[in-house]
Write a protein that binds this ligand. Structure first.
Ligand code: 13P
Ligand code: SF4
Length: 324
């Protein structure tokens, strides 16, 4: 008997190159249920580029990098938003949609960058550097955002830093992103010591080995990678910028120095391109599964809520970013 039922064959077609037929029946029931629940509850699913292909290609309504998810969350025509990503993304969606129900399927979907800094740390930094504006990466809690002047993502960090028209900014919490942006601008950047546990593991030696074993490979690196890794790469940009690069340049052979699911998702759109796949898993992104998305919609959990006083200040920092 075939493992793929005719009712789900069209959806399976989208992911057949990365999901073996034997695994599909384990997904198909949840996918059917989620598609039904979305209609019943007038819900949309926002999925980050690091979500697994069965989520990204089969149930998500809106996909993208952190910046795109924040932008598109604002215009989502729905009563309920399910964030298939990590907690700070769900908080950002809630900040921009205070009237809507925002759900995160697993509260443990955190982020090593968000965990690296507190609101109190920012208050101390402001005492140490009076008058220097604080640019905060969206990979932070709403409370940290509420102490910031403006947010940024890896997709707009340089533009945000330069939009302030000052000689010096504090940029936190990602030390490597701050150093990578510092290399592209005249603005002096004071960094924090936070790191992404996924991207900090890549090394320049990894890239040199890849170039040796896969001649002609084009190397794309996320700017959360250490600066010496970015220096060895052919291109560096946010997850959306990497995806656009592949779309635009169509390199015959490419490697994405980032989270594992990203290559799967982009590769499905480009069967003609050879993707070399050394990658690191983000354990937080992988907390989100089809099953807990289904349960989130069935049981209305976990509802994201933010203290109104913190939310109003954090929203300002996100809105200033979106206006840049
Ligand atoms: P972007 O999608 O904004 O590039 O961010 C990557 C990331 O690590 C999000 O957790
Ligand atoms: Fe955080 Fe890194 Fe995971 Fe993104 S990939 S959620 S920055 S730990």
């Amino acid at each position: 008997m075939s493992a793929i039922l005719p009712s789900s064959a069209a959806l399976y077609d989208r992911v057949r190159r990365v999901i073996p037929p034997i695994e599909w029946p384990g997904f198909a029931g949840d996918i059917d249920a989620i598609l039904d629940l979305k209609r019943q509850r007038n819900a949309v699913i926002l999925a980050h580029n690091y979500q697994t292909p069965e989520i990204f290609h089969c149930v998500a309504d809106i996909v993208g990098d952190s910046l795109a998810l924040a932008r598109k969350a604002m215009t989502a025509e729905a009563d309920v938003i399910v964030l298939a990503g990590v907690h700070f993304m769900a908080e950002t969606a809630k900040l921009l949609n205070p009237q809507k129900t925002v759900l995160i399927p697993d509260l443990r979907a955190g982020c090593s960058l968000a965990d690296s800094i507190t609101a109190e740390d920012i208050r101390l930094l402001r005492q140490r550097y009076p008058g220097v504006p604080v640019v905060t990466y969206v990979n932070t809690s709403a409370e940290v955002k509420s102490e910031s002047d403006i947010c940024c993502t890896s997709g707009n960090a340089k533009a945000v830093v330069e939009s302030l028209g000052v000689p010096r900014v504090i940029m936190l919490p990602d030390e490597y992103l701050a150093q990578n942006i510092a290399a592209q601008t005249e603005v002096e950047i004071i960094a924090w010591k936070g790191h992404c546990e996924v991207h900090e593991r890549f090394t320049p030696a990894d890239i040199r080995e890849l170039r040796e074993s896969h001649p002609g490979v084009i190397v794309l690196a996320h700017p959360e990678c250490p600066p010496d890794v970015v220096a060895e790469a052919d291109f560096s940009g946010s997850t959306a910028a990497m995806s656009d690069y592949v779309e635009r340049q169509k390199p015959p052979r490419v490697v994405l120095m980032t989270e594992c699911s990203m290559s799967d998702n982009v590769a499905l759109q480009h069967p003609e391109i050879e993707f070399i796949r050394p990658c690191n898993l983000c354990p937080h992104m992988k907390r989100i599964t089809l099953t807990n998305i289904r349960v989130a919609l069935e049981q209305n959990r976990h509802v994201v809520s933010i203290d109104p006083e913190i939310a109003s200040r954090a929203r300002l920092a996100v809105e200033r970013m979106l206006a840049v």
